[in-house]
Ligand binder design. Structure first.
Ligand code: ZN
Ligand code: ZN
Length: 294
């Protein structure tokens, strides 16, 4: 299949957001905000030197089933991330108060020098929860909100690094792991291709996508088809929720054969919170939870 990873232009994102808004009015405020986030990201152009990987290290990592880099090795264009951080904080103060987060306090502590945004950017890659907790105390915002702004500020840098790194994968054959071959991140979304319905998984960190078997759980590797039912409704034929009865995790899946708008994976992941709720109500948990035992 053609890889759906191909970058979406701001216009395509705009189209996808407005189509979603017309079919799901309940998401309007959320989509207004995320639309601004994604368009700001699509117009950010970080400049980053490629991360060097020695040839012998590349084949050794491949043989051991390790990703090309650890996510702590991602490089960040700090100036570009800082500009995006300010833009995202501004976007969160919607005139209609649509989003229930006012990121003004976050922008202020950074502007006053009480928090170095580079520490927050690094905290995303180092899983440094203490840094987010500290910023939460200083701003009155939740840690998860701070992490959201920090991650989305560096995301264009991560995808530039990913695009530098991913050509290394082509020479090394198939990847059959449940984590990202570029950075080791877990998949947050999957998609069924337009042509044959083949499955691809999308990394929650760098959004690289890779092919995966339809009937195998990426979180616990369980592959017995009868243990993999899925949820589906005729009202939203473009979505399904794949379930694993072995580890009780779920994965949201977009069927591209049914999707009536440009496919921007992060948008579909965020515009499907109702599917997360449905799966949780049925006793399943996100495969992104840290307590899944393989
Ligand atoms: Zn990744
Ligand atoms: Zn599983």
């Amino acid at each position: 299949m053609t890889q759906p990873r191909s970058k979406k232009s701001p216009e395509e994102i705009e189209t996808a957001v407005s189509q979603l808004k017309s079919t799901r009015p309940a998401y309007k405020a959320l989509l207004d905000f995320y639309g601004n986030v994604f368009i700001a990201q699509a117009t950010s152009t970080p400049e980053i030197e490629p991360i060097p990987i020695a040839g012998d290290l590349l084949s050794a990592r491949r043989q051991e089933g390790l990703p090309l880099i650890d996510k702590t090795e991602f490089r960040i264009d700090l100036a570009a991330a800082r500009r995006l951080f300010d833009a995202l904080c501004d976007a969160a103060v919607l005139p209609e108060g649509g989003l229930s987060v006012d990121a003004g306090p976050l922008k202020k502590v950074v502007a006053d020098g009480d928090i170095d945004p580079e520490n927050l950017f690094r905290a995303v890659l180092n899983d440094d929860e203490a840094a987010f907790a500290d910023a939460a105390r200083k701003t009155g915002l939740e840690s998860a909100v701070i992490e959201f702004f920090a991650y989305n500020s560096i995301k264009p840098s991560l995808t530039v690094c990913r695009d530098h790194l991913s050509p290394h994968l082509d020479a090394t054959g198939d990847w059959d792991k449940g984590y990202c071959p570029v950075c080791g991140g877990l998949p947050v979304l999957s998609a069924l291709s337009i042509d044959a319905g083949a499955r691809r998984l999308f990394c929650a960190v760098c959004w690289h996508d890779w092919s995966a078997p339809r009937m195998r759980c990426p979180y616990c590797d369980h592959a017995e088809p009868k243990h993999h039912p899925y949820l589906h409704t005729t009202e939203e034929p473009e979505y399904r929720v794949d379930l694993c009865e072995n580890c009780r995790s779920y994965m949201k899946t977009v069927d591209l054969r049914q999707l009536p708008r440009p496919f921007h994976p992060p948008l579909e992941a965020l515009a499907t919170l109702h599917l997360d709720m449905t799966a949780r109500e049925k006793g399943y948990r996100s495969g992104m939870s840290p307590d899944i035992d393989p």
